[in-house]
Design a protein around this ligand. Structure first.
Ligand code: FEO
Length: 391
């Protein structure tokens, strides 16, 4: 695709990756993704903001075919899906300098084979005149690496945010169709940004202090109505959790499955919504999205070789790493002759803001006493949600 003009002298470049289905060998990409770069031309200087994944370097170089000179390549973020084409761009433009935060400079030089004398650090708030328009660099660390910054063009009221506000969505839409992008953007937030939500909450105040008419991220479409994505982020990072239970589970011979079915029914009867995930068929991105708003996690597991099922251990580690707003958690499941399923799982998911509710473990098939214990767990969850104002 050829460069597309956003406004006079600002062009959207980069590559759509329709076929990519996994990021970081971890994150499912059901809708593909894009690696957006932007060309900003002043009357004297030209800057390229970010590059593309190394697999798409040819696309970017073709888009730059009619660009005779680049003075600066701004590397907002050192991860290779944005920085990986830097060596090729520097080779094409021998006078171009890379600009990054000081930490960004260090990481770029660690990750890529770049000439150190061509990578310069910029300060927070530093301005770069291109002639007629000026780029201002704003540090926003930990969205989602420690070195990240964004760029603001006051004259054009454009904010270039790299990963922040991005969406893994392959589309030819230059501007976001809000109804279409909401779910991919929330999935992106859940998988990439949620662990840093407390910092992002502070960063949002910085973003809101800028007069912005366009947010241009480096994944997915551009936001022509910045309030759409800023308000969505405000909700995801700071709104109280909702009256919802997330229930990832595995069942091997049906006993844990019977317990899950009973608990889901009991919670629904008490007005508590449940999102149930059989981990043998679960898209981990969907599980991550469900964690954005949920108040409670209940993990269902059989006991295998003395501990929780490995798929459940994996899900528990994912929950712990994503650091959602969860306030309550419990474990249910069945065992044959003993084991450490509860201890192992609570050891993974525990943190000071999480109240662990009594687990319900049964020996073999669940029976009347076990179903009564699940009803009591449903009562405890429903009353905690009500007392906490989540209903
Ligand atoms: Fe899109 Fe953190 O890279």
């Amino acid at each position: 695709m050829k460069p597309r003009e956003i406004t006079d002298g600002i062009y959207a470049m980069g590559a759509i990756d329709w076929d990519r289905r996994l990021f970081d060998s971890l994150i499912p990409l059901p809708d593909g993704t894009s690696y957006n770069a932007y060309l900003v031309q002043g009357s004297e200087k030209t800057a390229l903001l970010d590059t593309v994944d190394p697999s798409k370097v040819g696309v970017l170089l073709a888009q730059l075919a009619d660009v005779p000179k680049i003075d600066f390549v701004v590397a907002h973020h050192a991860e290779q899906d944005h920085s990986g084409a830097l060596p090729a761009v520097l080779a094409r433009y021998p006078d171009a300098k890379v600009l990054a935060t000081p930490r960004g400079r260090d990481i770029l030089l660690d990750l890529l084979d770049l000439p150190p004398e061509r990578v310069e650090a910029v300060e927070d708030g530093q301005e770069l005149s291109l002639g007629g328009r000026t780029l201002r660099f704003v540090y926003l660390p930990w969205v989602h690496w420690p070195e990240t910054m964004v760029s603001y063009l006051p004259r054009d009221r454009v904010l270039f945010t790299c990963d922040l506000f991005g969406s893994h969505l392959a589309t030819t839409d230059l501007y976001a169709d809000e109804a279409r992008v909401y779910e991919p953007a929330k999935r992106y937030y859940a998988e990439i940004m949620m662990p840093f939500r407390k910092l992002i909450q502070r960063h949002l105040e910085k973003v809101k202090s800028l007069d912005v008419s366009l947010i241009a991220p480096s994944h997915g479409p551009v936001y022509g109505r910045p309030a759409f994505i800023v308000d969505a982020y405000s909700d995801w990072v700071a709104a109280p959790p909702r009256n919802t239970v997330v229930l990832p589970y595995i069942t091997m011979h049906g006993s844990t499955g019977m317990m899950v079915d009973h608990l889901v029914g009991a919670l629904a009867q008490r007005g508590v919504a449940v999102e149930q995930f059989n981990l043998t068929v679960t898209d981990s991105g969907k599980l991550a999205v469900s964690l954005v708003d949920a108040a409670t996690l209940v993990v269902g597991t059989p006991t295998v070789l003395g501990g929780p099922h490995p798929n459940v251990v994996h899900a528990a580690h994912l929950v712990a790493a994503l650091r959602p707003k969860l306030r309550f958690a419990s474990v249910i499941g069945s065992y044959g002759w003993g084991g450490r399923a509860v201890e192992d799982l609570t050891g993974i998911i525990s943190h000071p803001e999480l109240e662990l509710l009594p687990p319900v473990l049964c020996k073999g098939l669940p029976r009347a006493d076990d179903f009564a214990a699940l009803d009591a767990l449903a009562d405890a969850i429903a009353s905690r949600h009500k007392e906490s104002g989540f209903v």
